[in-house]
Every structure is written in C-alpha cells, then in structure tokens.
Design a protein around this ligand. Structure first.
Ligand code: ADP
Ligand code: MG
Ligand code: ZN
Length: 732
C-alpha cells in the first residue's frame, strides 16, 4: 500500500481522535501495512492495540486478533464500534465460547459479507473445526497475536493453545503476523518468533524503563499491618494488592474491610458475576483497593492505579514486571512494593513439585531470578532492565529503595577474581549453586562425581559464607563479567569483559545484598495480639483487673463475662483511650466497648497522662479473629438460623467441635445469637437454671465446674450452649 504522508494521521484522527502516534506506533503500522511480519515489544500502556487496530480498519479483509482475555474482548469490540460514526456493529466482532446461536450467526454474517474488519478470537476457539471452516472462506488481512509471551514456557503466563497458532494459521490461510507483548526476555522473544515462524520479522522494541514507577522490597514481617498503614496513609488512591492464593485474597480483603478500607477480592474461583462486579467497582472507583490473584489485571486499562503491592513475591520477574506495570499508566505516581520471605519461596518451590521435571527446572530458574532481584543491593531498575536485556546507563535511578537508602559497599576486586577464575576452571558448564559450592568448599555429590574437590579453587573462599559468594556472582552477572545461559538451564559462563577483568583486575566497589531473616513470617493474620511491636504494661494490667472485679461486683456478674484476660492484656499494649480504639482490642466488640468501656478508657487515659506514656504511634490494626473460612461459614449460617446439628453435619464436625468453633468466635468479640436453636433444643427451665448459674454463681467460666455445681441432669452440650448464649448476651 502506498500512502501519502498525512494519510495515517488523518486516519488516526478520524477513527481514534488522537493527534499523534505514541512511541513507535507509526513505524509498526507502516510495517504491518507493508505486509511484513512484525514483532512489537512495548511496556503495558505503550499503546499496542492501536498497532493492529488502525491497519485492520484500513486494509482490505478481516484482521484476526488472538487474545487470551475473553473477559475483555467485549470491551475492546465495543470500543472499536464506538469509534465508528455510523455505529456499524459488524465492523468488529469477537468469537469465543460465551456466544449464543444468534450472536454466532451475526458474526458469520459480518465475516462472510466482508464488512467485519476486526475479529477477536480466543486461542481455544480458533482451534475449533467449525470456526476454522468459517475463516477459510474469509479474506484475512493479517493475524495479530496479542499477549504473545503466552507462547513461551519461559514467560509468565504460558498457554499451550498458543503453541498451535502457526499450524492453524497455515490451515486457514497465511497472512502477515504481528505479535505483541509487554514482557519478553531474549529467551521468550526467541521462542515467540520461532514458534510463530516469523524469525525474519521486523522487531520494534521500546524501552522497558517505566521511569515513574518506584520499586521497593520489604521483609515480610507484619505485612498486613504495613499494608493497612500504607493504604490508610494514601487515602483515596487506587491500588492493587496481589496474593498468591485465593484464600489469602479473601482473608486480606476481609482484613482491610474490617479496618475501614474500601477493598474487594478478585480471583478465578469466584463466580463470574461477582468477579465482574468487583472489577467494575474498582474501575468506577467505588472501592479503592482490589485484592487479587494474578487472574486480575491483564488488559485492564485503569490509568491511575497509584500502587501495586505484592503481598507474596511473584514466581518470576516477568510476572513482577507485568503486574507492577499496572501502576501509574498515566505517567503519574506508581509505587510498587513487594514483600519477601524465604517461607514464600519455599511455598512456591513446593507448588512446583508435582509438575513435570522440565517445567520444574524452568520454574526454579525463574524463581532464582526473583530471589536475586529481591536480595540485591543494587539499583532495582538496573537489575530489572538488565533481566530484559536492556542496559540502564546510570548507576542509580534515584527511584527505588536501594537508590534512596544505599546499602554499604565493599571492595570486591579479589573476590571477583576468585569467582571469575572458578567459572573459567569449570569451563562454563555449571550452574550458580555449584560454583558457590566449589568456592566455599562444600562437598556435594556433584562436586565428588566431577572431582571438583581436587581443584585449587575448591574452598578458596571458605572463610566467607555462601550468601556472600552468591552476592559476588550476582554482581558479576549485573556487571556483565559473567553471563547466564538461560536456554541452557542457567549455566554460568565468562564474558569477554570478564576475561579482560581477569587479565587486568581493578578495584571495584559493590553494594552488599539485603539480608532477610528466616523468621520473616508469612502468615501474620493474628496481629493485635502477641505480635504487637509495643510492650506489655504490667502495672496497668493489675489496675485494670482490679477495675474489672469492681465492675463485675457492682453488676453482679462474673468478670470473665465482661472482659477476658486476652482483652485486658491487649489494652495494656494498645492503650486505647476512645471507645473506637477500644473496639480494636482483642475480643472487644461494639457492644462490650459501649457497655463496659467508658470506665476502662478513663483509667487508661489517666494512666497514660500520669506516666507520660507514648502510645503506639502506629494505628491500631484490627484483626479478624482467627479468620478461617470455616468460621465465616458458621457465622453466616447462624445468621440464617440454620440448626446447629445440621450445620455440624454439613461441615463434618461433631457437636463438640462445632461448639469449640463458636466459642472461639464469641470470645473474640463477634456477636452471634443462637437463641433460635436453644429454644428448640433445650427445655426452657433448664436454660434458666444454667443461665442463672453463670450469671450469679459461677466463679469462672469453666464447664466442668458448672457440671459439678449443676448436677447430672445437665449435659455438657446443654451447658456449653447456654454459656454461649450468656456470653453473647453480655457482649451485646
Ligand atoms: P497496551 O496494550 O500496550 O498495554 P493499550 O493499547 O491498551 O496499551 O493503550 C494504552 C492507552 O494508550 C489507551 O488508553 C489508549 O487509548 C492510549 N493510546 C494509544 N495510542 C495513543 C495515541 N497515539 N495517543 C494517545 N493515546 C493513545
Ligand atoms: Mg494490550
Ligand atoms: Zn534505583
């Protein structure tokens, strides 16, 4: 196609209303129009869609656009139709498993009449016989493969159906291909081109540097507390929080909501309607935060996401880059914070165990890159770009945690010499861990079988720990003195620059790595109790206990029915001085706080003033009691007045186990009422007797004491049920 100079600009303006192309869009579009295979690597938000949409509208025939994002196809198609003045619905269609018969026939008609310019298809629909048959009758202008990294097992979202695309294209009818992706290492890029048979494609690669994104890694201690603090300190800003498992997504979303943050969960296990509702609520800014698995976000175009938090470290740097890339698409603030712990890494390794060996090997390599990124003391941007084969020219970007808080430097000339020498002696045939083992003199079966303990280098660095040598080797990789052969399962080789360094070594300062502790925990949902950073005030505890007994006496009720010890203890850590703050203490619900709280907070207030105690500056984070899905299930069913024996049966519990759960729920301050069940299950007089006992006689809440005092006529179950009723009455 020969085009006058301003033709494309006019088309751009007419169809999309834009005045200028973004980045390399124009060059890409010209390449597609010229019928060349084209390969586009542009970061998220770079404007990849337009690279195929505009040529599709201009060219003769129909462009087939393969995209894994079924959920978003409709939006994309609607968007295109919206650009058209004449509202011609046939201009764009999508083909996936969600269509009914009528919709399918509309698609057929559009295609066969030659009006449809863009057809979006899911890869699995493209493999269907009837669709292939249909498309064979259509003139295809070109194929666009969006999210093309799905082709490679070395990418972060491998989809086997993507592997078959080339074969299907050949059957339907060949036409130029444009492949597009927002992440690709050299390895993935190579896989894509090879697999799509487009090794001669014209490659357009934009810089992957997202200058406005700030990168930070934090040890995973009190991560939930830190997340809550972060969100509260950034009111009104939109953010995404990624978790690895659906369960964590639900728990964390609940946890945020309990702390008055507008948050919703999103994961593939939810039903489609709720999922779509939650996604919309986020896009429409009815909620600030979406807590999600990686199922969320691909293709979502919300320009003003201000933070992306990884509660769990991602499986690969590709995934990390992609997910963090959803922050700050408008070029404004975008803070990317990831929490890191060894436990997380171990968990990820465990997930891999069931998989085929080759896949495990790939998974392990990708994970090692993530670990290296998390632990490095170098500029994160530099490391990240280096991973994508891009050289970042500066030493420091000034917009990552390592640049803002530099790690101490150490003189590394001699260590580098030893490390590089070892790699040379091993002829570039071994992996990272093995090289470290040789330097530190660690005898493994691999060392023995290759007689590496006989090498002069074996144990030459034994006075330093393994992690020190890992740092040195990683730095050597970043400095390009060594290189890693990703294709060859990560074998480490020396480079030209490395050889030059060995010939004439020079002094070189390197940053230390971060040291993460094995204790950095993962499951810190039980905050507000022992995990608190503040210390426990014993003197106050004694004062409050005395107050408790006094109040109990006045009310003629046992003290445990007012506050139990864990609640008093928490008060002695948190020093609540308002009813609202008191509500955040362990086991104190709204009812108890209002009914019994005033005297307690008055005492604490005076105590704090007298002693000039600095109250915890941190906000008090409210924990959800031992929040398991079982407990949520129980609470919901009791709300619905489901009979407790049925409830126990449905969950495979016996009655005593169910009572254990309910007691835990009540003692943590959650209101529930089981009157409906007691009324039906226990004789009224008996209920009164037991209730009376707990109200006026009991010294403690012990069930065995109660059984002794009340005699044989009362079963343990009855006593526990009525005690529950009593406890919840007192709390409300
Ligand atoms: P990608 O697929 O690369 O992540 P999209 O194609 O979704 O990016 O485009 C990202 C945003 O950029 C969209 O909001 C789109 O409307 C906008 N955009 C694309 N091209 C241009 C342009 N030439 N001028 C202005 N905005 C553009
Ligand atoms: Mg896109
Ligand atoms: Zn930096």
């Amino acid at each position: 196609m020969v085009l006058s100079d301003d033709f494309l600009y006019r088309q751009l303006k007419t169809y999309f209303g834009f005045n200028a192309f973004k980045g390399q869009q124009e060059a890409v579009i010209r390449s597609v129009l010229a019928g060349r295979d084209s390969f586009v690597l542009m970061p998220t938000g770079g404007g990849k869609s337009l690279c195929y949409q505009l040529p599709a509208l201009i060219m003769e025939g129909t462009a087939v656009i393969v995209s894994p994002l079924i959920a978003l196809m409709k939006n994309q198609v609607d968007a295109i139709r919206g650009f058209m003045v004449d509202n011609n619905n046939n201009i764009a269609h999508f083909l996936n498993s969600s269509l009914n018969r009528q919709q399918l026939s509309d698609v057929r008609e559009g295609l066969l009449s030659g009006v449809t310019k863009l057809l979006y298809v899911a890869p699995e629909s493209l493999t269907k016989e009837e669709n292939i048959h249909l498309l064979k009758q259509v003139k295809i202008s070109f194929y666009a493969i969006d999210e093309a990294h799905c082709i490679s097992e070395w990418g972060h979202d491998f989809r086997p159906e993507y592997r078959r695309l080339r074969a299907i294209v050949n059957v339907i009818g060949t036409a130029p291909i444009i492949a597009l992706t927002a992440t690709a290492t050299a390895k993935v890029q190579n896989d894509i081109q090879k697999n799509l048979g487009m090794s001669k494609a014209q490659v357009f690669k934009a810089s992957f540097n997202r200058t406005n994104l700030y990168y930070e890694i934090r040890p995973k201690t009190n991560a939930v507390r830190e997340i809550i603090k972060y969100v509260k300190n950034n009111p009104g800003k939109s953010g995404i929080i990624y978790c690895l498992s659906r369960k964590k997504v639900e728990e964390l979303a609940d946890m945020l909501r309990v702390n008055d943050i507008k948050a919703l969960p999103y994961h593939a296990g939810m039903d489609a309607v709720t999922r779509a509702k939650n996604q919309d609520a986020f896009l429409m800014e009815d909620v600030d935060v979406i807590v999600a698995t990686i199922a969320f976000g691909m293709g979502i175009d919300k320009p003003d996401v201000r933070f992306v938090i990884h509660y769990d470290i991602p499986k690969s740097l590709e995934g990390y880059y992609q997910e963090t890339g959803r922050a700050g698409r408008d070029g404004g603030e975008g803070r990317c914070i990831a929490f890191y712990s060894y436990k997380n890494i171990q968990k990820l390794e465990k997930f891999m165990q069931g998989k085929p060996l080759a896949e495990q090997e790939i998974g392990k390599q990708l994970l090692l890159e993530t670990i290296a990124y998390a632990e490095t003391g170098s500029c994160r941007r530099k490391v990240l770009l280096n991973y994508f084969g891009e050289e970042y020219p500066e030493e420091h970007c000034g917009n990552c945690d390592n640049c803002l808080h530099p790690k101490p430097l150490f003189e590394a000339q001699d260590c580098l010499v030893l490390a590089l020498k070892t790699v040379t002696v091993l002829l570039g045939k071994f992996k990272f861990e093995h090289i470290v083992n040789v330097i530190t003199g660690t005898s493994t079966s691999l060392v023995k079988s290759y007689h590496h303990h006989a090498l002069r280098e074996f144990g030459a660095g034994a006075e330093k720990p393994a992690r020190f040598w890992q740092t040195v080797l990683r730095q050597a990789l970043i400095l390009h003195l060594l290189e890693k052969e990703i294709e060859n399962y990560g074998l480490i080789k020396i480079t030209e620059a490395g050889l030059a360094f060995l010939r004439a070594p020079y002094p070189i300062l390197l940053p230390e790595d971060h040291e993460y502790l094995a204790e950095d925990d993962d499951d810190d949902f039980f905050i507000g109790q022992s995990k608190s950073a503040n210390s426990f005030d014993e003197e106050l505890f004694i004062i409050l206990k005395a107050q408790l007994h006094d109040l109990a006496h006045r009310l003629g009720t046992p003290p445990y029915a007012i506050f139990q010890d864990p609640s008093i203890e928490d008060m002695c850590v948190q020093f609540p001085i308002t009813i609202d703050e008191l509500k955040n203490c362990h086991g104190v619900g709204e009812g108890k706080a209002k009914k019994f709280g005033p005297e307690f907070i008055a005492i604490i207030k005076k105590y704090v003033e007298d002693k000039e105690i600095v109250r915890p500056q941190e906000m008090i984070v409210k924990s959800i009691i031992n929040k398991s899905s079982l407990k949520v299930h129980i609470i919901q069913n009791i709300d619905r007045k489901v009979m407790l024996d049925d409830l126990a049966l449905s969950k495979g519990l016996d009655m005593m186990q169910l009572l254990d759960e309910i007691e835990a729920i009540v003692s943590a301050g959650t209101k529930i009422s089981i009157d409906y069940f007691i009324d039906q299950a226990i004789d009224e007089d008996k209920v009164d007797e037991i209730y009376e006992y707990f109200y006026h006689e009991a010294e403690s809440d012990s069930v065995s004491d109660a059984m002794q005092a009340l005699g044989n006529n009362y079963s343990e179950e009855e006593i526990r049920l009525v005690r529950l009723k009593f406890m919840s009455d007192m709390a409300n």
